[in-house]
Design a protein around this ligand. Structure first.
Ligand SMILES: [Zn+2]
Length: 313
């Protein structure tokens, strides 16, 4: 009897002691990060690795200016430690109500868990002078499609590294090592992308929306016209006619279209001018196989260089 009690006591003590030891060894819960776009999610994963749990609100094949605010996002935002957004009014139409309804003080505008990724990036097309409605759905703070320059991708990753370190100082070394590794791989990829695009520097293209100023600047393309008469305004017959005349006169060979726009007008313009339509991805997730930041540029540059080769044969 005594022996049994002693054994029982031993087992209880061991049973109690084991979970305690286990808890001590167990890693802290992952930081929960919500990003507005898949590009920001991809960059956050590069830095955060297995110490973060990242989810994007907008899918890469959706127009990030207009995202349907599903209630499930509110729950995700409610639990988030960190919200990373593009800023510059890209998410103006849909993000603020989600933040408010999340009732999460950690991610409210200006809180510690609110990271506007545009803050440390090179921003183009910052308007000077007065902005009027006649200018269309213009981005008053500059062009928000800035992640399409790898130099800005690196800046976003660095801002994420700083923020994750602030939220989880014990993991500072881990985040630093992951950032350094990402930055090195990006530098290698940039050499490859630059070499692929080098033969086409100075080429002129037309795009549907103003999504590509940073990409064009980085890789030496010149965007000389848009299918949209003004940002966010759908094609009009008179603008389309002007565009056809201009492209014919100037011999512009390519029309780059984001995957969420109707191809009807771009195709009509292409038929009238002999140009080709290329559906280029502005975001990770634009196609199923494009699952990270590197694959985004790999995909776009492969498509672009193939298109230039076709039209210049
Ligand atoms: Zn835009």
């Amino acid at each position: 009897m005594k022996a049994t009690i002693r054994l029982l006591a031993f087992l209880l003590a061991a049973g109690l002691a084991l979970p305690l030891a286990g808890a001590e060894l167990k890693a802290p819960p992952k930081l929960k990060v919500v990003t507005t776009t898949e590009d920001l999610a991809a960059l956050t994963r590069e830095v955060g690795g297995e110490r973060v749990e990242v989810e994007a609100i907008a899918r890469g094949y959706q127009d990030p200016h207009f995202v349907e605010a599903k209630p499930s996002f509110i729950l995700k935002l409610n639990r988030a430690d960190l919200l990373v957004l593009v800023g510059l009014q890209l998410e103006q139409a849909w993000l603020q109500p989600l933040i408010t309804q999340s009732r999460n003080p950690r991610i409210q505008v200006g809180a510690r868990g609110y990271l506007d990724a545009s803050r440390t990036c090179e921003i183009l097309e910052i308007p000077t002078g007065e902005i009027t409605r006649a200018m269309g759905d213009i981005h008053a703070l500059g062009n928000p499609h800035y992640w399409l320059d790898p130099a800005n991708g690196r800046r976003i990753a660095e801002a994420v590294r700083q923020k994750l370190t602030e939220l989880r100082p014990a993991d500072a070394g881990y985040f630093q090592q992951r950032f350094d590794d990402f930055s090195r791989r990006l530098a290698e990829a940039e050499q490859r992308w630059d070499a692929a695009m080098a033969p086409y520097r100075g080429r002129r293209v037309v795009t549907y929306h103003r999504s590509w100023p940073n990409f064009a600047q980085r890789f030496g393309l010149e965007v000389v016209g848009y299918v949209e008469p003004k940002p966010g305004i759908p094609p009009s017959p008179s603008h389309t006619l002007d565009l056809i005349n201009f492209m014919t006169q100037e011999g512009i060979p390519l029309i780059l279209v984001e995957p969420y726009f109707d191809l009807k007008t771009p195709k009509a313009v292409a038929r009238a001018t002999g140009a080709q339509v290329v559906v280029l991805l502005p975001s990770v997730g634009g196609e199923k196989e494009v699952t990270d930041y590197f694959q985004l540029f790999d995909y776009d540059i492969r498509l672009l260089t193939a298109a230039f080769q076709r039209v210049e044969r």
